[in-house]
Design a protein around this ligand. Structure first.
Ligand SMILES: [Zn+2]
Length: 272
């Protein structure tokens, strides 16, 4: 049994191919149809066919390759399935692909859902699953203990900073990952964007990201108490990022501040 990592030209997005005998799992096969074709070709070269596809979350860059594997079983959390079953899910993937100028396999599909926290039996593979809310409400991590591998979706990236849909969820997820990396570490950690990490490197990123989110909460909380929403935004945006990131991610930084405001101040009662 072994694992291959593939990296998309867009955002260094990770796809994994896990092979055992003549069967393989593709995790987040992505992004362009040509890149996904190479993943399928690699499986064929190794004498395997992709029998299962797993998605870490429903963001377009992680699900746009599912359609390239029509005979595989596409499995994901109920939350991810719900997002992909939305009537416009296919259109949204197509829109984003067009926006970034890539051709993709097609609309994503759902064949089976999982319960995060419960292990999956996928033919020759046993896959442990963990809920990872924070980047999105529907995230799932996958662990193959026989390979000592953990795939963590859009968390613990060495090339990005946290993009939080909920800052409270994201802190809980990071605290859980810190615990896992300290007490039950996998040898190899695969974030959704950027290179493979050792458990120690992943732990260092988790701690830095958690410190950033604590600093963000402190900055926004201390100003919002004085009813100064504009000041809270400014204070939130001034919090240093945990690592350098491309400038086109400034919208994500601002979205973190909005998520932090939403955690602290009920909608409708926000001052100014
Ligand atoms: Zn992503």
């Amino acid at each position: 049994m072994h694992v291959e990592r593939f990296e998309s030209a867009l955002w260094a997005t990770t796809s994994l191919l896990v092979v055992s005998g003549d069967e393989a799992i593709a995790v987040d096969p992505c992004i362009s149809s040509e890149e996904v074709r190479q993943i399928a070709a690699c499986a064929t070269e190794l004498g395997a066919r992709v029998t299962h596809v797993l998605a870490t979350h429903a963001d377009w860059d992680h699900v746009c390759g599912i359609a390239a594997f029509p005979d595989a079983v596409a499995t994901m959390s109920e939350g991810t399935a719900k997002r992909l079953r939305a009537v416009d899910a296919g259109e949204r993937v197509a829109e984003q692909a067009a926006r970034y100028g890539v051709a993709v396999a097609g609309a994503p599909r759902v064949d089976r859902t999982l319960t995060p926290g419960v292990a999956l039996d996928l033919g020759p593979f046993v896959v442990e699953t963990l809920p990872l809310r924070g980047h999105t409400p529907d995230g799932t991590a996958y662990r193959l203990r026989t390979l000592d591998v953990l795939a963590v979706g859009d968390h613990l990236s060495a090339v990005e900073f946290p993009f939080a849909s909920s800052t409270a969820d994201y802190r809980l997820t990071l605290a859980g990952l810190v615990d896992l990396l300290r007490n039950d570490p996998p040898a190899r950690v695969f974030p959704g964007h950027g290179p493979e990490l050792s458990a120690d490197a992943a732990l260092a990123i988790a701690e830095k990201d958690l410190a950033y989110l604590h600093a963000l909460r402190d900055a926004v909380a201390s100003t919002v108490r004085s009813d100064d929403r504009a000041g809270a935004r400014k204070a939130g945006l001034a919090v240093p990022l945990p690592r350098e990131a491309p400038s086109d991610l400034s919208a994500a930084r601002a979205a973190n501040v909005e998520a932090q405001l939403a955690e602290l101040v009920p909608t409708g009662t926000r001052a100014r």
